[in-house]
Ligand binder design. Sequence first.
Ligand SMILES: [Zn+2]
Length: 269
Amino acid sequence: MPEYPEIACRTAEMNRLLVGKVIQAVEATQPKCLNLPPDRFTSSLSGSRFEKFFQRGKWIEGQTNRGWLLLNMGMGGELLLTDRRHLPEKYRLIVDFTDGSCLAINFWWFGYAHFAGLDALDQHVLTAKLGQNALELTEPEFTALILSQKGRLKAFMLDQTRIAGIGNAYIHDILFLAKLHPQRMISSLTEEEIRNLFAGMQKGLRTSMDKGGAFYESGLDGKKGGFLMEDILVGYREGQPCPICQTPITKIKTGGTSSFICPSCQPVI
Ligand SMILES: [Zn+2]
């Protein structure tokens, strides 16, 4: 599932490669991923020019001179800049540009391609309630935010309405870097632990972002990200030695999901 690093990389690529392109038509083979009937979706975007792309957590917001194309890749997928002669085998949506190129969008499972009018972005329910982007929070903002919350640490870090962009791929290493157990109560965190958590979030996301995102996602040019399985510290590494203390990494149940931790570096307390 694409998370902060991958969406940040895609957004940067779209700003580099798609700004200025004019949409000629849109073809949707999965109308259920749209928030409008396909003909209205197409007519809303046709003739509009991409001006800028923004990241909002796991969403990409493409601003055109007539409205917004809002994309969420769901469990994963591809955004490929190509042309009609080189279409990938699978796609759910094609955005054709007047210069002959096209953006082929595929969702592995299900994703969203929504349209919002220029002044209607704040009425788009799924993006309007998102919290601030994880890497745009300053340390004082992050500290104030977490101190205003109750409950368990992992649930807070994954709550997209509080911090946008962290999911199950990166949370394990973020908490490991901070040496914090996922089930810690927020109220029990010391100032130093909150500082470590902020630093862990920065490092956990930036390390992948600097490598172009995770290896299982690809860029607009079709190239895979450079953040590899061996770059992951504890996530999905059950039974393997902790990179710091060699204790075997364990998989534990935390609420409805699993967590991977080093039981020695991340004590329950
Ligand atoms: Zn350890």
